[in-house]
Design a protein around this ligand. Structure first.
Ligand SMILES: CC(C)(COP(=O)(O)OP(=O)(O)OC[C@H]1O[C@@H](n2cnc3c(N)ncnc32)[C@H](O)[C@@H]1OP(=O)(O)O)[C@@H](O)C(=O)NCCC(=O)NCCS
Length: 181
């Protein structure tokens, strides 16, 4: 399935005192987007995870949404679908927006599009884990109707782009939202 949503954002630029209009496209991510999702090396450690997610997306088990401006990937969110029980929960993760594009509503649009994709597939609940030391992201989720229902030790591991095992410990809040039927 291919989806492309085009949003026209107008921002008031402080320096020029003029309204700047920028096209932000939110669409499904494809294999050619993988290098752009690494942000010039900042996230190359997740190369294998993103490749796996892309393979899973082709098999219908994940959805990858990217936000693009003038050919550059400036944001992303991945949705893990629970195909064993498609009425259950979609898990949102790997959510981020490039620092220079934050605080313009792009993160909120990515979440809204992720939820819309879940609703189209009959999912009734979205879940997201947010690190306890990330109150800004938690505030965004709360504003978007998510509430915290549990804590998670946030312990997981992955193989990085050098083939090395990396362990992560990131105590998190689990946040959920019921999706409209
Ligand atoms: C979390 C993250 C994805 C949010 O992306 P974003 O594009 O900045 O999100 P939004 O712009 O929709 O919302 C962020 C803030 O901007 C504000 N905002 C939204 N539209 C705005 C606009 N047009 N003008 C000014 N502010 C705006 C929102 O009200 C919100 O304010 P808050 O900080 O008081 O909550 C981004 O901060 C990020 O990548 N962080 C690092 C990675 C991360 O923490 N990911 C989440 C892991 S759980």
């Amino acid at each position: 399935m291919s989806m492309s949503m085009r949003f026209c954002f107008a921002w008031w630029t402080r320096q020029a005192q003029v309204a700047e209009t920028v096209d932000v496209i939110i669409r499904n991510g494809n294999a050619p987007d993988l290098p752009g999702m690494e942000w010039e090396g900042k996230y190359s450690r997740y190369r294998r995870l993103y490749k796996l997610a892309m393979d899973e997306a082709r098999a219908g088990r994940r959805i990858i949404l990217v936000a693009e401006v003038a050919g550059q990937i400036i944001g992303q969110i991945i949705i893990h679908l629970n195909r064993a029980d498609p009425t259950a929960t979609g898990y949102l993760y790997a959510f981020r927006v490039r620092p220079e594009w934050r605080n313009r509503g792009i993160g909120a649009r990515l979440i809204q599009e992720a939820e819309a994709a879940l609703i189209r597939r009959g999912y009734r609940r979205a879940l997201i884990a947010v690190a306890m030391n990330n109150p800004g992201a938690r505030r965004l989720y709360e504003r978007m109707g998510y509430s915290h229902f549990a804590q998670d030790a946030g312990e997981w591991s992955f193989i990085d782009d050098h083939g090395l095992l990396q362990r992560v410990v990131e105590p998190s809040w689990l946040m959920e939202r019921s999706l409209p039927g």
